[in-house]
Ligand binder design. Structure first.
Ligand SMILES: Cc1cc2nc3c(=O)[nH]c(=O)nc-3n(C[C@H](O)[C@H](O)[C@H](O)COP(=O)(O)OP(=O)(O)OC[C@H]3O[C@@H](n4cnc5c(N)ncnc54)[C@H](O)[C@@H]3O)c2cc1C
Length: 710
């Protein structure tokens, strides 16, 4: 059991806080950037708890940015039970910069024609009630993003991340490969498997972390504690770090309980590939109901999700044999080669941590440790990976002494609202998914209510087996609504229900796969940025509009806090580099700000000031001069003379879009606008170059604000 040192009050009033105020220059973090280890000093700057996708992405980014870190993982092996499989646009954009990870995913995932649809049917071989194709031509034409969404099992992603980490010097160590003495604690760039975080204590210089180590299946407390400057809890939905730091979750728990069955059947894979390929199959018949996720039709790999209702239905009842029988009922014939690999229960919640940062900015939560949503819409892992991306550059600049430790608070003020929004969206998606069975006369909310009534009012009066019989009786009456007798065009009720179902699917009111407005269009309103002083502020109402599902369309925006819009550009003078995305202006390998300007006198002045001030702040910065299509090499010579003696700039020209809009028109800003982009490709500052008075001091003020130095 995890323990909280000092009876849970440890983090509330520690002298670390006073000590913190005394040292305004934030050496405690910055001195750790290259690793500590002297005397009582921390062994390393950052310790990450949990080697799920979020912890691994974070360790990769930090290592790229020169921050030493290590990961501890309680399991001895990485789980093969696939959970996430849908990778959204923004996450793929991040993966593009993780040493080509996105390309490897694209090459390894199943062909898109095998997963672009959701299919609604009475059995996998029975009537198709409807289907929805979730890919559009724009997705392939890369109009709003340089990369498309992907369908790739989480455990395969973890395998690729481990390979990438190995490529930058990380090592996966198993218990026994690391000793128990001080000398053995050279743990930078290691993933320590079988190490469970069980204890936290704040020290003057960081966090002392207690671990238990898996010793042949038995967890044994490690005598020597690990000491880190900063601890990141990426330890999943039941986060120990969150619990030890005393951070509560807010929201709704236990929306639904499900059994997840991981199985293989090449026969079924072959059949579906040729007859009705799809990613999700919603199957409704009188004998069984379930959602089948086709992780990989080519290899016949599936996960079946079955709702269950404890305590009347217990998880233990779902043996491999029972699951196999349910699979056969859903398939409609008996595949000869069903191989059930693993069966796991899980509960659906809609919760966000009350705070993301605790213990004087020394404990941070990311991924499922900070938020857990229904998987409808595939936002869980995607939001977590984007947390890591937001956190990494801030940690990098803070640990290098460039940004103040209070920049950690901007991680919370930027990412927590996104999680709250995505929670609401996921709940809404979950309800949209439930609208289909409800239309077919099988209302899952009714099933949940009946279940609650049985639990609350009959639970203590009637024996468990009778409760179970009552519940199953009611469910089978409900499922009878799905019989061929009712659900056919000749039956007036059936034909009405089928018509309603078709209109839900046609109007896009069923569960969707892509959410471009939310995936790419989210905008930070408060954080490591300079609030808008020109143009319109990001509208708070926009959130409401999204949640009312009015529009899924992504509208490019150059508002402060938005992700830099994507447009194809070409380097000038013409080079062999070919066409690339505006997102590629931002380096994935170093912490660099990018200023985008038009070739105008006033904008060049801001560019010079930005390069100078960035130098003063010991920040890396680059200028991008955006020329209209067809600008001759002779013209771009102007940048050289305007920006001399600086050489860290690039001239690029726009590649015309189908719409014919220029970069400035697409962003809906004037050519006099100047945009400062952060290392995570979000816009930190936007200004009109002709509105600047004292350019140097305004740029200085902007950087101070972004780095939280005020
Ligand atoms: C059925 C289903 C389908 C889903 N589909 C999608 C999808 O399509 N797209 C999507 O984006 N998301 C999806 N999700 C959500 C996604 O799986 C999670 O959001 C994702 O796994 C979160 O990653 P993480 O790294 O934060 O946590 P996890 O993957 O849970 O990893 C946490 C790690 O921490 C370790 N750990 C825990 N406690 C300790 C400790 N005390 N000490 C050391 N290590 C510890 C765990 O062993 C684990 O390895 C789905 C989820 C489910 C259940």
């Amino acid at each position: 059991m995890p323990s909280i040192a000092g009876g849970g009050r440890l983090f509330a009033a520690h002298r670390g806080g006073i000590w913190w105020l005394r040292r305004r220059q934030h050496q405690p973090f910055s001195s750790l950037a290259g690793g500590g280890g002297r005397g009582g000093a921390p062994h390393l700057p950052v310790l990450i708890v949990g080697a799920g996708p979020v912890g691994l992405v974070l360790s990769f980014l930090l290592t790229k940015f020169g921050i030493k870190c290590a990961v501890i993982e309680k399991n001895v092996e990485f789980t093969r039970h696939p959970r996430a499989h849908f990778i959204n646009n923004r996450t793929m954009e991040i993966f593009r910069k993780l040493d080509g990870l996105a390309g490897e995913i694209e090459r390894s995932q199943p062909p898109v024609d095998l997963w672009r649809k959701f299919v609604y049917c009475t059995s996998l071989s029975g009537s198709v009630l409807g289907s929805v194709d979730h890919m559009k031509q724009e997705d392939f034409d890369k109009v709003i993003s340089p990369i498309s969404v992907a369908h790739f099992s989480q455990y395969k992603l973890v395998d690729l991340l481990l390979k990438k980490l190995e490529g930058i010097g990380f090592q996966t160590c198993f218990p026994g490969e690391i000793g128990n003495t001080t000398q053995d604690l050279g743990i930078e760039s290691k993933i320590l498997m079988g190490h469970e975080c069980t204890f936290l204590q704040q020290t003057d210089e960081g966090i002392l972390v207690g671990t238990s180590v898996n010793n042949g299946g038995r967890m044994v407390e490690r005598k020597r504690k690990l000491h880190c400057g900063l601890l990141v809890g990426t330890d999943g939905a039941r986060s120990t770090v969150r619990e030890l730091a005393g951070i509560a979750m807010e929201g709704e728990r236990d929306l639904q309980k499900l059994v997840s069955v991981h199985f293989l059947s090449r026969d079924l894979g072959r059949y579906l590939s040729t007859q009705r390929p799809g990613m999700l199959f919603f199957v409704f018949n009188p004998d069984a109901i379930g959602v089948l996720v086709a992780h990989d039709l080519e290899h016949g790999e599936f996960v079946l999700q079955i709702p269950f209702y404890p305590p009347q239905q217990m998880f233990e009842e779902f043996s491999a044999k029972v699951c196999e029988q349910i699979i056969v009922k859903l398939v409609g014939w008996e595949p000869a080669d069903i191989q059930v690999l693993d069966i796991k229960p899980w509960a659906m919640h809609a919760e966000v941590a009350e705070k993301y940062v605790g213990c004087n900015n020394r404990v941070v939560l990311a991924g499922d440790a900070a938020h857990r949503f229904p998987p409808a819409g595939g936002f869980g892992m995607n939001t977590g990976v984007q947390d890591a991306h937001n956190l990494a550059w801030k940690l990098g600049l803070m640990l290098n002494g460039v940004a103040s430790p209070s920049i950690m608070q901007t991680y919370e003020s930027e990412r927590r609202p996104v999680a709250i929004f995505n929670t609401e969206l996921s709940v809404e998606n979950f309800k949209a998914a439930m609208s289909i069975p409800a239309t077919l006369g099988l209302d899952p909310t009714l099933a949940n209510s009946v279940h609650q009534v049985i639990n609350k009012s009959l639970g203590s009066i009637i024996p468990r087996n009778v409760q179970k019989a009552v519940l199953e009786g009611l469910f089978s009456i409900g499922r009878a609504q799905l019989s061929d007798y009712i659900l056919n065009e000749k039956n007036p009720l059936g034909s009405l229900r089928l018509a309603r179902l078709r209109s839900i699917l046609d109007e896009g009111k069923s569960l969707q796969l892509q959410f471009p407005a939310e995936d790419l269009g989210f905008c930070y309103e408060e954080g490591a940025l300079v609030a808008e002083d020109c143009g319109e502020k990001p509208q708070k109402g926009a959130k409401l509009r999204h949640s009312k599902r009015a529009s899924r369309e992504y509208i490019p925006s150059a508002n402060t806090g938005a992700r830099l819009p994507h447009m194809q550009i070409r380097a000038l003078p013409a080079s062999s580099e070919g066409v690339f995305s505006t997102l590629d202006l931002v380096s994935g390998d170093k912490l660099e700000f990018v200023l985008i300007i038009a070739p105008l006198k006033e904008s060049y002045e801001i560019a010079r000031a930005t390069l100078k001030v960035a130098d003063e702040f010991k920040l890396s910065a680059k200028v991008c001069v955006m020329w209209p299509q067809g600008s001759a090499s002779a013209e771009v010579e102007e940048s050289r003379s305007e920006l001399a003696p600086w050489t860290n700039y690039v001239d690029v020209e726009e590649v015309p879009m189908a719409s014919g809009s220029s970069w400035w028109e697409m962003c809906r800003i004037s050519r006099k606008s100047v945009i400062l982009v952060r290392p995570d490709e979000h816009i930190a500052w936007r200004m009109e170059s002709d509105m600047m008075r004292d350019t140097d001091s305004e740029v200085r003020r902007a950087f101070s604000q972004i780095l939280c130095l005020n």
